[in-house]
Design a binder for this molecule. Structure first.
Ligand SMILES: Cc1ncc(COP(=O)(O)O)c(C=O)c1O
Length: 383
């Protein structure tokens, strides 16, 4: 029997509509030509499919299609946003650059910042609050005259907590500092309207909202104009910001996922709220079960600690469930998640964490199965 899939924050399955559409852009009888081929009809057809998808993704987030730069995913988008804006601001003299970010960003942001630090950049990592959100006041207090970029994620991938990117963005805008948001966990699932939000750069990942893996985008604002330096050179695709032959099938896939997200966002959200409430209700009478990140949350992600239980042992005992713990393991030690550590969750509790992440195709019976498995494993391990 297949395990119950509760790891939607790691990746979602592609929607069947997405997979069907992608299949039409691969083979000889489909639209397989290079979208940059300007000298023949098949190339124009591929280009037109790419541009339709660009418009669909732009519409989902309230952007102009010319503000969408295709990338291989959110990791690449984060790298392009951070390295690209630092380089555009100070050239390669990184010692003149200061970045403000949070201590619980995805590694795609943190490792990028660490890399720039090795070349002399200075980075302030603002700790999140105990409720799992980043304080806009603390971000503001970390700004110095050298700050060239602020990068704060929208929805945290381990906790589901939602940051107030409107307030942080307004402060960045007032001080004329570029503001990057990693929105890998929110685009397609929560309303993101860049007509209203003062965000300059925004990272998107296709496989987090029922599109394919290996495709994403960086939104780059045109007004006020935001300058980034390309990090991948060759061919001048994507208005010079990201070269490389565009993967038409992946792009129509993310475009289709964007159209579906727009149609289904309210229904998806209500579905997740119902299932999350059922999950929490089913654990309410289990002693020593704690929710990590109590601030406003996206209902698809629930991070729970179980006192007196080791998370890895718990995870291993839950063979009927496909989910992840809050811990990042390496072969020598099992370290508690840096996200939970940054929140100040005590080590033993951080080590007992599970992330339950649900999505469009999760059913009530999946939640019942999960509850039964979690409750019985926790009780057995405590004995
Ligand atoms: C917040 C966040 N940022 C970035 C990424 C990386 O996205 P991708 O897999 O598209 O590179 C993820 C996915 O793990 C994520 O959750």
């Amino acid at each position: 029997m297949k395990p119950i899939y509760l790891d939607y924050a790691a990746t979602t399955p592609a929607a069947p509509e997405v997979a069907a559409e992608m299949a039409r852009y691969l083979t000889l009888d489909g639209v397989f030509a290079n979208p940059a081929s300007r000298s023949h009809g098949p190339g124009w057809q591929a280009e037109s499919a790419v541009e339709d998808a660009r418009r669909d993704l732009a519409e989902l987030i309230g952007a102009d299609p010319r503000e969408i730069v295709w990338t291989s995913g959110a990791t690449e988008a984060d790298n392009l946003a951070i390295k690209g804006s630092v380089e555009a601001a100070v050239g390669l003299d990184y010692s003149r650059a200061h970045i403000v970010t949070s201590a619980y960003e995805h590694k795609a942001v943190l490792d990028c910042c660490k890399h720039l630090e090795t070349f002399g950049a200075r980075v302030t990592y603002v700790a999140p609050e105990p409720d799992g959100r980043v304080s806009p006041a603390k971000i503001s207090a970390a700004i110095t005259p050298e700050t060239v970029l602020i990068s704060v994620m929208h929805v945290n991938n381990e906790l589901g907590t939602i940051n107030d990117i409107g307030t942080i963005g307004a402060e960045a805008r007032a001080k004329q500092i570029s503001f990057h948001v990693d929105a890998a966990q929110s685009v397609g699932k929560l309303a993101v309207d860049l007509k209203r939000l003062p965000v300059d750069l925004l990272s998107i990942s296709g496989h987090k909202f029922y599109g394919p893996k290996g495709i994403g985008a960086l939104y780059v604002r045109r007004s006020p104009y935001v300058k980034i330096a390309a990090q991948i050179h060759g061919g001048g695709h994507e208005r010079g910001m990201r070269s490389g032959t565009l993967p038409t099938h992946q792009i129509v896939g993310i475009g289709c996922a964007a159209r579906l997200a727009k149609q289904q966002m309210a229904a998806d959200y209500a579905h997740l709220e119902r299932l999350q409430a059922a999950l929490m209700e089913g654990l309410a009478d289990l002693d020593g079960c704690f929710l990590n990140g109590s601030g406003p949350r996206f209902p698809g992600i629930t991070n729970l600690s179980f006192a007196g239980v080791d998370g890895e042992t718990l995870l291993n005992s839950l063979a009927t469930l496909a989910l992840s713990s809050g811990s990042a393991c390496n072969s020598a030690t099992v370290e508690p998640s840096y996200v939970l550590k940054a929140l100040g969750v005590p080590r033993a509790l951080a080590q007992s964490a599970l992330r339950v992440s649900i999505g469009r195709y999760t059913t009530q019976s999946d939640i019942e199965g999960a509850l039964q498995a979690i409750r019985s494993s926790v009780m057995r391990l405590r004995k």
